[in-house]
Design a protein around this ligand. Structure first.
Ligand code: PRP
Length: 216
């Protein structure tokens, strides 16, 4: 049996669609329910629904053989696992954002407060730039940081750009692009090689199929 950890939230629907194209029967999981563990009818695959930040943890510890999670979460969590495929959906940018009029001020200010759900990414980013910042960890609605005066800027993901725009904020710097990734436990890849490899191949084929579908 293979266990897949799926990130609850914005990536979930697309992850399930991709798994279905890859031949994984997700009908049970699509029923309205508060259950957290689902099996395919043949019980060859178990799916567990976890918070995005916990996907790398479950995969690193081998509770899940593989997982589907955003690259932003992987960068933040820094877990030891294999990143096998870029699944191309959930494409976002990790950015520094703030008020447009603060643009010059924050670059020259000696002490900047940064609100973010991604403290490790933000710390590393500013460390490489040699900029001394104070990181303030938030768990959501990060845009409120500058709006309320808690922080000067934010480090956050931008997808459509709507949240920034509607709150009067702009992108000041781009850190990197991110998207959903298929990650695999290091031991599972060796010990369950045949099963994991077959599923990875099917997911890769599903990706191709979806890509061709979009083109046609
Ligand atoms: C994310 C992110 C931004 C927003 C960006 O938050 O932190 O706030 O989405 O998306 P957009 O560019 O399409 O507007 P999420 O919706 O995950 O909610 P949260 O603030 O509760 O974390």
């Amino acid at each position: 049996m293979i266990t897949i950890a799926l990130a609850k939230g914005r990536l979930m629907e697309k992850a399930v669609n991709l798994l279905e194209i890859a031949g994984v029967d997700c009908r049970q999981l699509k029923q309205p329910s508060r259950k957290l563990i689902f099996f395919t009818p043949d019980r060859q695959i178990r799916m567990i629904l976890v918070k995005p930040n916990d996907v790398p943890t479950y995969v690193e510890y081998g509770i899940a053989d593989m997982g589907i999670v955003g690259k932003d979460t992987l960068l933040e969590e820094g877990r030891s696992l294999y990143e096998m495929l870029d699944l191309k959906f959930g494409q976002c940018r990790l950015v520094v954002a703030g008020f447009p009029e603060k643009q010059d001020v924050w670059i020259t200010r000696s002490h900047t407060r940064v609100a973010t759900k991604y403290p490790n990414i933000a710390r590393n980013y500013f460390l490489h730039k040699g900029k001394n910042v104070e990181i303030i960890k938030l768990n959501g609605s990060v845009e409120l940081g500058p709006l309320t005066g808690l922080a000067d800027v934010i480090v956050d993901i931008v997808e459509s750009g709507r949240t920034l725009k509607e709150n009067g904020l702009v992108i000041l710097e781009e850190i990197c692009s991110v998207s959903a990734r298929l990650v695999v436990n290091r031991v599972s890849l060796k010990m369950k090689n045949r099963e994991t490899k077959a599923l990875i191949d099917n997911i890769q084929m599903a990706l191709e199929e979806r890509k061709n579908g979009e083109v046609n």
